[in-house]
Design a protein around this ligand. Sequence first.
Ligand SMILES: NC(=O)c1ccc[n+]([C@@H]2O[C@H](COP(=O)([O-])OP(=O)(O)OC[C@H]3O[C@@H](n4cnc5c(N)ncnc54)[C@H](OP(=O)(O)O)[C@@H]3O)[C@@H](O)[C@H]2O)c1
Length: 451
Amino acid sequence: MAEIAQDRAVRVAVLGCGTVGRALVGLLLDDAAGIAERSGVRLALVGVAVADPTKHRVGVPAELITGDAKVLVTDPEVDVVVELIGGLDPARELVEAALAAGKAVVTANKALVAAHGASLAATASAAGVDLLYEAAVAGAIPIIRPLRESLAGERVQRVTGIVNGTTNFILTLMAEEGVSYEDALGEAQRLGYAERDPSADVDGHDAAAKAAILAGLAFRCAVVGDDVPRQGIGAIPAADVASAARMGFVVKLLAVAELVADGALSVRVHPSLVPAAHPLASVRGAFNAVFVEGEACGELMLYGRGAGGMPTASAVLGDVIDAAHNRLSNSAAPAPPRGPARLLPPSEVRCPYYLSVEVADQPGVLAAVATAFGRHQVSIRSMEQDGLGEEARLIFLTHTARDGDVQATLAELADLPAVRRVGAVLRVVGVVDEPSAAAVDRPGGAGAVLA
Ligand SMILES: NC(=O)c1ccc[n+]([C@@H]2O[C@H](COP(=O)([O-])OP(=O)(O)OC[C@H]3O[C@@H](n4cnc5c(N)ncnc54)[C@H](OP(=O)(O)O)[C@@H]3O)[C@@H](O)[C@H]2O)c1
């Protein structure tokens, strides 16, 4: 890393001028003096790379625009490169080239960090430069820096996040307006909260990438987005969202990273029942929140806008200022050591479950269903019937159960002649569960506590 004079502006190149890039460029150009006054560092925007340099961009001087990002990332005049293109290619190659050329890199690219974060961090560390990505998880919410720095000595036990605004918007609409998943998705698309192809959000890919990043930071290990088991929200009937509400729960798509019994890590994304009194239950609409539990710090929650041009640009700008200060003092942000992650297989994860089962109105149905639960040591905590006769739906809340046992129960239920359909299968998060006799009997099952 080349030293730079304390009194000169730190030169910033931005790759990408879309939703976030345009907002950042606006802040850098329109509020340069204010940023310098508030932060104590002068930033100079020296270039903006885009795919189509012929497109007119209101408020962006044409002389700053280039179609050749490769030239910007190795330009000796550039101190900090901000990657806001998204995706893996060419973002990865550009970030690697920038780091290798001794530039600090700031990115909002969760896909890139979740897939290649460890190797990029190693490249940055070897070059003695920053790789900062506050905006890659939960947009405007400062969560990366708190996990990396404020909680550096904390024994984090669990990180639970609502990290996808699209799915939270859809689930909020389903809960509050009683509409179907399809109608709520349509409304999210109409308002611009969901893409025309919403699969990255509703199938949990986006949240899984963020879960991997949060887990890696909280537990000082390398977790890759593709290793995170995920379940999306597409199969949740409105009736189950309503039943959950009657039982005192709110349905949320959660990214969970937690330490389990023998030091293994469970990282996963799934729709979950959260008690209405839990802080995450009050996170409505497109907002995000991350709830951290640690041995010494207790419970923390950070809440805010998880997407949008300006909120995301705000987080990116914070990183740019950090990187600029570090450049001026010839230093870089701390890079905590990372070991390999020992991930718990999904079948071994334990929590209470909400299960809804549609059954025929026949004598002996309940006994047959209860036998299936019992055969796989899944202990029923409560059961209620919704509807009568042909329409009957049985809703079960279980005690803490092993996922593999629940899946075996579901397979057996699906084969019972009286069972029309196994409906929603949702994990319950944020409750302290009394261990059932069955759970106590199983290895590692005693005293299961979920929060
Ligand atoms: N949007 C959000 O609310 C949000 C929130 C958090 C994080 N993020 C992350 O922020 C990043 C940017 O997202 P966005 O929504 O701003 O994306 P976007 O609106 O699609 O903008 C992408 C930009 O990249 C440019 N680009 C594409 N290929 C390029 C190339 N080869 N060389 C140079 N520039 C290229 C495009 O140029 P043209 O303008 O010429 O097409 C465009 O300006 C992503 O990693 C995303 O995950 C976004």
